[in-house]
Design a protein around this ligand. Structure first.
Ligand SMILES: Cc1ncc(COP(=O)(O)O)c(C=O)c1O
Length: 418
């Protein structure tokens, strides 16, 4: 028998074991100033590629004005209580109406946080007789929702429609015995690789198998599709998505989330979802601010066009220079290198200290052991000069990596560059 906390101190976990040198620099860094491509880090201005502020709305003057006015008018306390009891308002209802209309669904429901929301939606819509079939590279909120499920769950290979079909066959057999139903869960845009979920492929399987489809489109909302309605719109299958989810934490540059679908199912969720029934509703400034953001997202297509100008310049520039950007078909732009954790850390350090570029680096266990992934998030607020500067910096980094320079440096040599 051990003392529980002693065990935690001994087994730091896959990322915490680096905290002695990473803390405050690679992990939990403090970016200061107005949210945008140029922010202060460690006392110096850096070019920042690590915020999901896709449309540049975080610091849009109209957004800042409405946020401030709503905070002054309502305070952060309003409304008090859960939506069902005393926390509803005309603004909450109006935002839901507008989201449903934008997503071409009968109804929509606000959620306090995306992560909680997804976990709780999954929890609410399946019981032990039902089977969940989900993509192997699903976001943690999907995985955690699936973990709450008392019935069977089958995972299919990432975006692999053959594998999905096999799992649907297994699931179908099972629910024929239990009398349950099948829920398929995938994402619109996978946030690490930038790859779109094969929604068209999933939807095609509806011809052969009976299931309902839940799509987390956190990175597709506002960035994909002709009107920005997301990856369902992009692939022409929005009407076949049974439950469409997005967070406000990315293109909307705020907090909160929503789920949209058929009226009766959304109503079922309103009266069933534990994370909403047993929690205070979204504060009024967030709701009023979200209405303004949605208006800009719908009426200013130039924001999405500008985002894509930056995305195309960055992605084609990287490919032209021989970089591996994986299989992205969205703004999310990974740059993949071969190397270990020490090399990754030294590259990121070099990028920050010598090129004044801030870009998150992703290491094992998020990517395989010998892979280094820099993840660039272009936004409408970036410029083509920002792209040029970044392409040059990555070329210099690549040359050094190929020459073995970073390999010659020890991980411990990093100790506190701050
Ligand atoms: C795919 C995906 N789903 C859900 C979430 C969680 O959303 P939130 O930040 O609103 O909790 C995120 C990250 O923010 C995400 O990337």
């Amino acid at each position: 028998m051990v003392d529980l906390f002693d065990k935690l101190k001994m087994e730091a976990g896959p990322l915490a074991k680096y905290s002695h040198f990473a803390d405050g620099y690679f992990t939990f860094p403090k970016l200061e100033g107005d949210i945008g491509p140029h922010m202060k880090f460690n006392g110096r201005m850096v070019l920042n590629w690590s915020l999901n502020n896709y449309l540049g709305l975080a610091n849009h003057p109209e957004v800042r004005r409405v946020d401030a006015e709503a905070a002054a008018q309502y305070g952060l306390g309003s409304p008090m209580g859960a939506r069902m009891m005393s926390g509803n308002s005309v603004h909450h209802v109006e935002l839901e109406r507008q989201l449903a209309e934008f997503e071409k669904k009968e109804d929509a429901m606000l959620l306090n946080y995306g992560y909680q929301g997804v976990v709780s939606i999954i929890d609410a819509i399946v019981d032990r007789k039902d089977v969940i079939v989900y993509d192997a590279e699903s976001h943690a909120c999907i995985i955690d929702g699936v973990r709450l499920h008392m019935g069977k769950r089958f995972v299919f290979g990432h975006n692999d429609m053959e594998s999905l079909e096999k799992q649907l066959q297994r699931a179908t057999k099972l629910v024929e015995e239990t009398g349950g139903g099948i829920l398929v869960i995938t994402e619109g845009v996978f946030g690490m690789s930038g790859r779109q979920g094969d929604l068209k492929g999933v939807v095609a399987l509806k011809e052969k198998y009976k299931f309902r489809l839940f799509v987390d489109d956190a990175h597709g909302f506002g960035t994909m599709g002709a009107t920005g309605a997301g990856t369902g719109e992009e692939q022409g299958v929005q009407d076949k998505i049974d439950l469409y989810f997005s967070t406000f934490a990315k293109a909307m540059a705020s907090i909160g989330a929503f789920v949209a679908g058929d009226k009766r199912i959304i109503n079922y969720l309103r009266y069933t979802m534990r994370s909403q029934i047993y929690a205070k509703s979204l504060p009024m400034p967030l709701v009023v601010g979200a209405i303004k953001r949605l208006e800009l997202l719908r009426t200013k297509p130039e924001l999405k066009e500008k985002l894509w100008t930056i995305v195309r310049a960055m992605q084609s520039g990287l490919v032209d220079q021989g970089f591996n950007i994986g299989l992205t078909t969205s703004p999310v732009t990974p740059i993949l290198f071969k190397g270990g954790v020490a090399e990754a850390a030294h590259m990121a350090l070099d990028l920050r200290e010598n090129f004044n570029i801030f870009c998150s680096v992703v290491i094992y266990p998020v990517v395989p052991k010998d892979v280094i992934m820099f993840r660039i998030i272009p936004t409408a607020a970036h410029t083509l000069e920002d792209v040029e500067r970044t392409l040059k910096a990555f070329s210099a980094l690549k040359e050094k990596l190929d020459s073995g320079y970073y390999k010659s440096l020890e991980l411990e040599a990093l100790a506190k560059p701050v």
